[in-house]
Design a binder for this molecule. Structure first.
Ligand code: NAP
Length: 295
């Protein structure tokens, strides 16, 4: 390994980490890489990356380390390796591995105890769009740390943003993936029904776009209502949604296709109805969902 310092270190060279490192190289940054399985570093070395022999050596090569491994169990194993704690002293770890708030908070504490600084991060994209202007990676942590490295990090995601302190990035990432997977699952469930009914998937697909505009309108209206606790039901009540969803679920079942996602939403609406919100706007379902949350 060349001992010269690099701009940034990337630890974890899987589908996502490898793309992060490759994108940083494409954007003319000097990059040190380390991966448990050394083979994965080879194509990056051919593009100019310096390959470290250990995680500690990798971290000490740059002021900023971006880590993106399978999960926090893997990330903590890497941090527990010889020399990693001292190597982090005075340096920044941007942790882009998916995990929980508790895992992120514990790791941030460990990094601070080793005199390092920590950014929690969440990638809201697939590898194919890393480096694009519209790609979003969210970060949380101290503003000064984010500002120090935001120019370099923007090479990974042109629409990156700081979303708060501590593990706020994990909260935002979890929420947006929940939304995304619900939407993707809803699409797959719906397209299965269209296919089973032997109607052209093309008609359905073309009309998904204007329907998605309706969803965006519903999200804007719902977000305002929830933040203002305004659940007046002048647009579409919970009752109306229950009635509509009963037909949707029944019709999908009759085609022989599963309707688990539609049924889940129907259940939320029925519970909201039973709790006294039958005439309220459908955004009032959030009251059922947060009933057992501590705050
Ligand atoms: P991946 O292709 O499976 O790569 C996993 C990486 O973790 C590899 O570098 C692997 O090293 C490393 N690893 C696993 N266990 C390890 C251990 N015990 N010690 C050291 N290294 C270990 O996964 P990925 O798709 O790159 O995902 C990485 C992270 O990005 C995940 O947290 C994922 O949720 C997040 N993410 C991924 C996507 C995506 O589209 N792929 C999108 C958003 C977020 P080896 O090569 O040695 O096995």
């Amino acid at each position: 390994m060349n001992s010269a310092n690099t701009d940034v270190t990337v630890i974890g060279l899987g589908a996502m980490g490898g793309t992060l490192a490759s994108t940083l190289l494409d954007k003319s940054h000097t990059v040190t890489v380390w991966n448990r399985t050394t083979d994965k570093a080879r194509p990056l070395a051919e593009k100019g990356a310096k390959v470290a022999e250990s995680a500690a050596e990798a971290i000490s090569s740059s002021p900023l380390t971006v880590m993106c491994v399978y999960d926090y169990v893997a990330a903590n194993q890497i941090l527990a390796a010889d020399g990693v704690g001292p190597a982090l002293s005075g340096r920044v770890l941007a942790q882009l591995t998916t995990g929980t708030c508790e895992q992120s908070d514990q790791q941030a504490e460990w990094v601070a105890a080793n005199s390092g600084r920590f950014l929690d991060g969440g990638i809201l994209a697939y590898p194919r769009v890393i480096g694009d202007p519209d790609t979003v990676i969210v970060y949380s942590g101290p503003l000064a740390v984010f500002e120090e490295h935001s120019e370099l990090l923007s090479s990974l995601a042109g629409s990156q943003r700081l979303v708060g302190d501590g593990s706020a990035a994990t909260v935002v990432t979890t929420a947006l993936w929940d939304y995304y997977f619900g939407a993707l699952g809803g699409f797959l469930e719906a397209v299965a029904y269209v296919k089973a009914a032997d109607v052209s998937i093309q008609h359905f697909q073309e009309l998904v776009s204007p329907m998605t505009d309706q969803v965006l309108g519903g999200i804007a209206d719902g977000a305002r209502r929830i933040s203002e606790a305004d659940y007046s039901g002048e647009q579409a009540s919970v009752d109306v949604h229950v009635d509509g969803m009963l037909s949707v679920v029944d019709e999908i079942h009759k085609s022989g296709v599963r309707a688990d996602i539609a049924e889940a939403f129907l259940t939320y609406c029925q519970e909201s109805q039973a709790a006294g919100d039958a005439k309220s706007d459908v955004a009032s379902v959030v009251k059922i969902l947060t009933a057992n949350a501590p705050r």
